[in-house]
Design a protein around this ligand. Sequence first.
Ligand code: ZN
Ligand code: ZN
Length: 192
Amino acid sequence: MSKMDVKPVITILPVGSVDPEILRHISRKLSEKFGLKCDVSEISYDVPKEAYSPLRRQYLASYFVQIAEFHARRTGALRVLSITDVNIYAPGLNFVFGEARIWGRGAVISLFMLRPEVYGDPPNFNLLVERAIKEAIHEIGHTFGLNHCSNPVCIMRFSNSIWDTDAKSEDFCEKCFNVLRRNIARALSDRG
Ligand SMILES: [Zn+2]
Ligand SMILES: [Zn+2]
């Protein structure tokens, strides 16, 4: 085994306190979906105070993406996904489930707006995990160069609300899957 093989390709990074069982579920599914080694970081980062908007009582998502990118440079991971339990937003939007840059090394998802309780439904761990997995696959898809897709059940379709998230599958449509496969190969070879 070369030294390179030992490095995680995708790292799940808790920012603030996050249920470790949820992190493990996401890690397992990302590894399966992307065919890459994935693990959960043993260290976590604090929720960035400077990201907080007292007016909105939410945190600016881009800070969490920056933390993920910082962690990727620090550890040599190909991709890092920050996961937080605080409510995050992007300018012009009430909230976001997650954020990523196309071909960026870092991304974020928040569990906050995925919780059934937020919509007046009883807590449901399995549903929360299912939603978190979908959002995680979607954001990591962006980091491998995928844009939004118009196929209504494709995981790369934009979720405007939790109903959109629940309606889509956790799978890439054939078109996205083919682009993804090519782009992952490219990302791995660029890494050297
Ligand atoms: Zn998206
Ligand atoms: Zn698609």
